[in-house]
Design a protein around this ligand. Sequence first.
Ligand code: PSU
Ligand code: MN
Length: 310
Amino acid sequence: MTRGSVRLAPEVVAALEDGRAVVALESTLIAHGLPWPQNLETARDSEAAVRLAGAAPATIAVIGGIIHVGLAEDELEGIARASSFLKASRRDLAPVVARGLDAATTVSATVWIAREVGIGVMATGGLGGVHRGAAESFDVSTDLDELARADGMVVVCSGVKSILDIPATLENLETRGVAVIGYRTEAFPAFTTVSSGLSLEWRADSAEDVARIARAHRAMRLPGAIVLAQPVPDAVAIAEAEMDAALVHTLAEAQAQGIGGKAITPFLLDAIRRVTEGRSLVANRALIVANAVLAGEVAARLAEDRASKS
Ligand code: PSU
Ligand code: MN
């Protein structure tokens, strides 16, 4: 990426130059995943959590056609307040930049930008994946492609969006050779639900344990990202049966209204929030911030390697 098309925040530049830890954060969850004002609170809490863990936060978005890596207070608030931000996956970046538009970045766009500027750890809530009914609709998130290309990138999440076909998504990650590690769990988390009931082959129990795996992955120059899946905090988790019931209801509503493609996630999250009387929002916030903490801790461990070598 050439210098003219990207603007790095001073905090991010300083950290990258000194070899200190940096964590990339996506902005689609701010613009399209959470309502105002909880979206701004969550974005701020995530940045604070990353700093507390010893890393610099780099929230990524496109503002006026310029890719921003690390946002000023007013820019973060602008994304949270505005309803005009597009949702940009990696393939949308060129038209968004060429036309000088505003766009929040999904996991695929965020991961790609982060790698271009030398950031190796990223945090989000839930990844995109294979949608239910994908055999007919072909709706498979480009997040999966980008994860397959993002060599050595650590992506911290709480599994994939619960609205997806989770078994199919896990199979797809396996096909693409993306490593999936459970954080203090043997079960693949299901976003606001602790477990999807599907088991994982690998678990890690500390940030250092994760860093060891990432070091080995990078030393071998293995392709693909390392997905680190951390369950939502128990105290705020939604029970599986309740989420299943909410999903059946809201998926039918989406179908009746003819909603699909990019619009499906924001629609379903909103509908589920209503059905769970706001509890899904509490869980969503908590898991996003917990993932930011863990990403900060892992990034800090990985940065120590660089510090001890020089
Ligand atoms: N998970 C959520 N809310 C979201 C997303 C994930 O709970 O808004 C976003 C992420 O940015 C992810 C994107 O990268 O949805 C995937 O979108 P799609 O399924 O359209 O590829
Ligand atoms: Mn899609």
